[in-house]
Design a protein around this ligand. Structure first.
Ligand code: NAD
Ligand code: TDX
Length: 336
């Protein structure tokens, strides 16, 4: 099989490339990534010389750059991970989210249609469903009600993917996963940000009252779910993916502090995120029953493993903490 994986230099995309290289070593992988601030080829050192792997630096919204990759008709499946993925950045600069997440997805769909790619997997998010109160779970039937520019752009992409199935009969699937954690996550996201700050005895900026709830899934379990959807997903179906691991942000932060032996006095309550969704929780029954998906990691072990990975990957982190990220961090947190 030949897979075109977009966003393969980002957090989940690079974990997925490594997962495929390990579990389907005979597959060919074409990794297309624009290498924005979030893309990092360091994540892929172990596969970069593999004869079945190639990397192309390109923007998914740039049709002319992508068309040659499709032109010989050899791509069997497109897996679209590429996205602007950070909610806080979407509050600052929504336009780029529309361009990449919506127009980029539409460009890929069009090429996949034209060159008769047999499968298109759109990697989406539970955030398209909006927010939950204290009870209930998102199912695949929950109406879309995105609250941030990020989630609105992801919902727009999902609707286009759905439309290409309904209108053109394309074989598509959409996966909607809860919050991921694990190796190679960019330090703007909650878990790596808090690990990094705690290691440096810097304050840990908790938004609002810290009681917003997320459903955490170890990234490798997300990869195994996408692998199953790629091979066994029924045409046109949406599959929710989630870990059944609801934690509020304070619980997550306290675990990190205790694992690192740091005091809770480092916690600092800062101005809340605008439009901050209160709770996400996924009902993943469909993918479990229909495709036999089972997560391997429980949260307690997964978070410890993740902390250990960051402790042993200080060079990787140092490289990211360059001027550009520092600038974002200073703007983001000095205003709170
Ligand atoms: P990330 O920000 O770490 O990586 C995104 C990657 O996409 C980067 O390598 C970046 O260079 C690339 N990219 C951005 N714009 C591009 C463009 N125009 N053309 C080509 N490449 C471009 O994101 P992530 O956390 O790995 O998320 C991957 C996907 O999974 C996203 O679609 C996101 O919406 C979805 N998702 C993420 C989570 C999560 O918890 N992180 C949960 C559910 C779904
Ligand atoms: O400094 C912080 N302080 C804080 O309290 C940051 C960065 C976050 N938070 C809170 C906000 C959220 O309630 O932590 C929670 C998690 O925040 P993020 O890591 O930014 O993730 P979230 O907004 O939940 O979105 C993530 O999961 C769904 C990914 O970034 C999305 O790409 C994915 O779709």
């Amino acid at each position: 099989m030949k897979l075109l994986i977009t966003g393969g230099a980002g957090f989940i995309g690079s974990n997925f490339v490594l997962y495929i290289a390990k579990n389907h070593p005979d597959y060919h992988i074409v990794n297309v990534d624009a290498l924005t601030y979030a893309g990092n080829l360091e994540n892929l050192r172990s596969v970069e010389n593999h004869p079945n792997y190639s990397f192309i630096k390109a923007d998914i919204a740039d049709r002319a750059a992508l068309e040659p990759l499709f032109a010989d008709g050899s791509i069997d499946a497109v897996l679209n991970f590429a996205a602007e993925s950070h909610v806080d950045r979407s509050i600052l600069h929504p336009e780029i989210f529309v361009r990449t997440n919506i127009m980029g997805t539409q460009t890929l769909l069009d090429l996949a249609k034209q060159y008769k790619v047999t499968k298109f997997v759109q990697v989406s998010t539970d955030e398209v469903y909006g927010t939950l109160g204290e009870t209930g779970l998102f199912t695949e039937e929950t109406p879309l009600a995105p609250n941030s520019p990020y989630s609105a752009s992801k919902a727009g992409a999902d609707l286009l993917v759905r439309a290409y199935h309904e209108t053109f009969g394309m074989n598509i699937n959409i996966t909607r996963c809860s919050n991921n954690y694990g190796p190679y996550q960019f330090p703007e996201k909650l878990i790596p940000l808090m690990i990094q700050n705690a290691l440096n005895d810097k304050s840990l900026p908790v938004y609002g009252d810290g009681l917003n709830v997320r459903d955490w899934l170890y990234v490798e379990d997300h990869c195994s779910a996408i692998d199953l959807v790629l091979h066994k997903g029924r045409p046109g179906e949406v599959y929710n993916v989630g870990g059944n691991n609801e934690r509020n942000n304070l619980q997550v932060v306290r675990t990190i502090l205790s694992e690192l032996g740091k005091p809770e006095t480092l916690i600092s309550y800062v101005t809340d995120r605008l439009g901050h969704d209160r709770r996400y929780a996924i009902d993943a029954d469909k993918i479990r029953q229909e495709l036999g998906w089972q997560p391997k990691y429980d949260y307690e072990n997964g978070i410890k493993e993740t902390i250990r990975w960051y402790l042993s990957s200080k060079d990787w982190m140092e490289q990211i903490l360059t001027g550009a990220y520092q600038e974002y961090y200073n703007t983001q947190y000095s205003e709170r």
